[in-house]
Design a protein around this ligand. Structure first.
Ligand SMILES: Cc1cc2nc3c(=O)[nH]c(=O)nc-3n(C[C@H](O)[C@H](O)[C@H](O)COP(=O)(O)O)c2cc1C
Length: 204
């Protein structure tokens, strides 16, 4: 017997941002300056972080030319800095599809967002000082899925993880009671709610 559920309905949403941490990706421009791109499509496992990056933006252009980046992870206190970056692209000829949705060109993303560049240890793109977690990474593979040709799936390898000292516990762990990611939830910004419990393998 088939069970029908009166609590669900099939829908056709324009976007599927069902709650992802925001990242600020820094990449190297052709003239040696650094671009910042707000993204939310990422996942991490071991030393691999995979990013979903739209074609037609500056981030993917930069990564194809110079395969290094920093994955800077802001906390909820930085949401307005992130939103200040939101209507801008580092592409100085703004693609029509971006123009139509209100994007304009802005080269100096640090100035517009009030964020501060600091040197990385191994990669050339700078880190963002205010972000509590900063991950230096190298691009290993870029793939454009044929069923979804507007985005690239970018595989990166983590080289170094930097963390603000006030969120570090026991030398090499992030204290989940001190760290909170900024969450992009269907184009609205949220922090985390209260802790619900811990996994059996958690450090504390
Ligand atoms: C919070 C937030 C999350 C976003 N997530 C993504 C994403 O996961 N992938 C993507 O391609 N664009 C995402 N965007 C849109 C990019 O920021 C936008 O394409 C921008 O042009 C990127 O800058 P760039 O062209 O200088 O690289 C997001 C924007 C915001 C504000």
């Amino acid at each position: 017997m088939q069970i029908t559920n009166p609590n669900t309905k099939m829908i056709n949403p324009k976007i599927l941002y069902y709650g992802f941490p925001v990242i600020l990706l820094t990449t190297l421009n052709e003239d040696g300056t650094v671009n910042i791109s707000p993204l939310s499509s990422s996942w991490a496992l071991g030393d691999c972080i995979v990013l979903g990056i739209g074609l037609g933006g500056k981030a993917i252009e930069n990564l194809e030319r110079h395969p290094e980046c920093v994955i800077n992870i802001p906390d909820p206190s930085l949401w307005e800095n992130v939103e200040q970056l939101a209507p801008y692209t580092g592409k100085n000829i703004v693609p029509d599809f971006k123009k139509q949705i209100g994007f304009t060109y802005r080269k100096d993303k640090f100035a517009i967002s009030g964020l501060t560049p600091i040197e990385s240890t191994t990669v050339i793109p700078t880190r963002i000082m205010e972000c509590p977690i900063q991950i230096e990474a190298k691009v290993k593979h870029i793939r454009i899925p044929n069923y979804s040709p507007d985005f690239a799936i970018v595989e990166t390898q983590t080289i170094h993880v930097h963390a603000h000292t006030d969120i570090i516990i026991k030398d090499h762990h992030i204290d989940p009671n001190k760290w909170s990611p900024l969450i992009y939830n269907f184009r609205h910004y949220f922090g985390l709610g209260n802790e619900l419990g811990n996994n059996f393998r958690s450090e504390m």
